[in-house]
Design a protein around this ligand. Structure first.
Ligand code: ATP
Ligand code: MG
Length: 317
């Protein structure tokens, strides 16, 4: 797959609702990078916004997202504060943490899905291939073309199976070879064999697990670069969940995947890297913060922060 070229993100005035964005100056960004570099090694980072651990998995691997000091608010209420982390190519990165700690807020910020939420504001930066996705002149539609999303509840359109998968390519005028594109997406989502003889049937007649794989097919039909999955299996039974988890392992060869999950076993099973978010109440308000981030086996067996070990061992949350 051709890597996205940030310069191809077209300038546009198409977005009516623009969040308030504080743009860091290059000098500040440089100072922040310097401070982050100086702040390693990780033992000194307990409780700091940058809880990231060095890893053989990430050394030399391209960072698709470079999130810098990200804070998100809805009106006067701050949902997450000071999140700094990188998400690397062709890995599965899990976001875990107790309810309300900002997992969905974080993942939806990665493809500007929150832009239309009333009162949504962000501070800090989200660099995607080095390009600030909240920069003026970046087209939200183009961002979502490259960064696809699948939600907690399967949400097929009340259309045929074929038309669900063909929907985004048609909207983006990718009409040539549409049949092949639909088949490729359905095969990619491990659904083709189950639906190839009923492509004109309503998608609403599929089982929950099939519907969720259809939503994944719909997301990959336009060949994005990144797949964001917000609790994609929480509404599914164990067999359908296993199918989605297996599928993720195949998809990560082609996509960079970020998954929010409440299910600790699922994070341990599927994710290469895990970020633990928690609610911090130290200033009297409850805000989501990134506590610790590292390779999944480290996060689950020898985390650096007691809050992480308490959470992953089920002591709270
Ligand atoms: N659209 C919204 N408008 C106002 N506040 C919101 C909105 N979405 C989320 N919030 C608030 O932001 C905080 C973080 O919510 P978020 O949904 O990101 O948490 P979460 O970690 O995904 O929780 P869960 O595990 O329950 O899904 C919560 O206090 C929530 O009430
Ligand atoms: Mg959520």
């Amino acid at each position: 797959m051709r890597p996205p070229d940030p310069s191809e993100m077209p300038a546009t005035g198409a977005s009516n609702v623009r969040p308030r964005v504080r743009i860091q100056t290059p000098a500040l960004a440089h100072e922040a990078a310097q401070a982050a570099a100086n702040a390693r090694p990780t033992d000194a980072l307990r409780g700091s916004p940058r809880g990231e651990q060095d890893s053989a998995l990430t050394v030399g691997r391209e960072a698709i997202f470079d999130v810098q000091d990200l804070s998100v608010s809805y009106g006067s209420s701050q949902a997450i504060s000071g999140v700094t982390l990188q998400i690397h190519r062709n890995l599965i990165t899990a976001i875990i943490g107790p309810s309300g700690c900002g997992k969905t807020t974080f993942i939806r910020s990665l493809n500007r899905m929150n832009d239309s939420v009333p009162g949504f504001t962000i501070d800090g930066k989200i660099l995607y291939h080095g390009h600030d996705i909240y920069d003026r002149g970046v087209d939200r539609v183009e961002v979502r073309r490259r960064i696809g999303m699948v939600f907690q509840r399967p949400n097929p359109f009340p259309k045929s199976i074929y038309d669900n998968v063909a929907w985004a390519p048609r909207n983006l005028k990718m009409k040539s070879g549409l049949d092949e594109r639909v088949e490729r997406a359905l095969r990619g989502a491990a659904l083709w064999d189950e639906v190839k003889d009923r492509l004109k049937d309503s998608a609403l007649g599929l089982s929950g697990g099939q519907q969720q794989r259809l939503c994944i097919a719909r997301a990959i039909a336009i060949q994005p670069d990144v797949l964001l999955l917000d609790e994609p299996a929480s509404a599914l039974d164990p067999i359908a969940t296993a199918a989605i988890e297996e599928l993720m392992q195949t998809l990560k060869n082609r996509y960079t995947i970020v998954i929010v999950t409440h299910n600790m076993q699922q994070a341990a099973r599927v994710a290469d890297r895990t970020a633990f978010f928690n609610l911090d109440a130290s200033d009297g308000r409850r805000t989501g913060v990134l506590v610790e981030y590292g390779d999944t086996d480290v996060m689950f067996t020898r985390p650096a922060d007691t809050r992480t070990s308490d959470y992953v061992t089920g002591r709270f949350g």
